[in-house]
Design a protein around this ligand. Structure first.
Ligand code: ATP
Ligand code: MG
Ligand code: MG
Length: 350
């Protein structure tokens, strides 16, 4: 059997390993934390830093191809691996998505709208950028932000930006114009080794405390808006020569137009519903794509709502298990902490 290396040992790696096993692939996880969620279900784990040269050499030697489950994999590690072995999605996608500035420029170059933005490398830059946006905007670290961390929102010119540059760590930032969106949607799309593309229907996403709370299918958007999300995804996948699953987030405006927010070159939390409502989940789709198998049909057989179980939400599992038409998925994390993703449920609506 072929062996797939997975860089990263979180729940996304765990779900990829489960999907891979079902298609007779072996998996080896590279993750410094022992007994991580992914290693609990994979065939083996290499316990080492993601950029450890010996570990990368071992991974290349023992695997037939390598993929990854989080977007902050050191790009240099993927380039090193790519000298010896296929790495999907392409390291270029990882590199672009790791920096919100290069990401937005790339998305614009694909002919897709984003919020307006300015690079911010000092307090002076920030003051000028905010003035350009009439005192409104969302300030974000260019790198390493997730779940809304490393962000600051300015609602009006009454919100003082004094000291904000230093408060966000004195690192490179981006100020985005504030998008008064009607709703947030995301699309999960896949591109195979042969260039074929499959897109799941867009999900409508609601966040709580900066963390994804629910993804609902169908999204409350027109067929035209859904088609626009698909077209945008196809452009991005083609431009990257992409192989694998990608998640792309959009803001939908009241006129039905879309503004792209960000992309994740991996399986995506807002695609977890696919394991309950589609024959082929995003996880299997990713495994199919990177191993050169035919992509699965992305059509949904049921409407549904996926809800994340965050921190103490985990205590509601017993109740969810009593419900009909609810798929419960837990990540094997023993310790629950506020904001920590412990599992998710998907409730079919039929
Ligand atoms: P994720 O966990 O999805 O990776 P993240 O930390 O990378 O999140 P973003 O998705 O960029 O951050 O932003 C988090 C949320 O903040 C968005 O889902 C949206 O609700 C809000 N937001 C972000 N950018 C803007 C903007 N320019 N205008 C208005 N709201 C925004
Ligand atoms: Mg993000
Ligand atoms: Mg986001």
């Amino acid at each position: 059997a072929k062996t797939i290396g997975i860089i990263g040992g979180g729940q996304l790696g765990r779900m990829l390993a489960m999907a891979a096993a079902r298609l007779n692939f072996r998996t080896i996880i590279l993750e410094p934390q022992a007994d991580c969620p992914a290693a609990q279900v994979a065939n083996d784990q290499i316990v080492a830093a993601y950029d450890d040269p010996a570990a990368l050499a071992e991974l290349a030697k023992r695997c037939d191809l390598v993929t990854y489950e989080f977007e902050n994999v050191p790009v240099a590690a993927t380039h090193k691996l790519a000298e010896d072995i296929a790495v999907y999605p392409p390291p270029k996608a990882l590199e672009i998505a790791q920096d919100r500035l290069t990401e937005k420029r790339f998305i614009n170059d694909c002919g897709i709208l984003t919020a307006r933005f300015h690079a911010v490398d000092s307090q002076t830059d920030l003051d000028a950028a905010l003035a350009d946006f009439g005192g409104q905007g969302v300030l974000k670290t260019r790198r390493l932000g997730y779940d809304g961390k490393g962000q600051r929102v300015y609602r009006s010119s009454a919100d003082s930006a004094e000291g904000s540059y230093a408060a966000l760590g004195g690192v490179p930032l981006i100020l985005e114009s504030f998008v008064a969106f009607e709703r947030e949607i995301s699309i999960i799309a896949a591109r195979g080794l042969d260039g074929s593309v499959a897109c799941y229907d867009p999900a409508e996403n609601i966040h709580r405390n900066g963390i994804l709370h629910t993804s609902t299918l169908p999204a409350n958007i027109s067929a035209e808006t859904a088609a626009a999300a698909r077209v945008a995804a196809e452009k991005i996948l083609a431009a990257l020569g992409y192989v694998g699953v990608i998640g792309i987030e959009f803001f939908a405006l009241s006129d039905g137009s879309l503004i792209a927010n960000e992309m994740a070159p991996r399986v995506h939390n807002s695609g977890h519903w696919t394991e309950a409502a589609c024959v082929v989940s995003q996880f299997e789709q990713h495994i199919r794509a990177v191993t050169g198998l035919p992509l699965g049909n992305p059509v949904r057989h049921s409407d549904c709502v996926m809800q994340n179980l965050i921190g103490d939400d985990i205590h509601s599992v017993a109740e969810w298990l009593r419900e009909d038409d609810v798929l419960v998925h837990l990540y094997g994390k023993t310790e629950s902490r506020p904001g920590r993703k412990m599992g998710h449920i998907t409730q079919l609506r039929r």
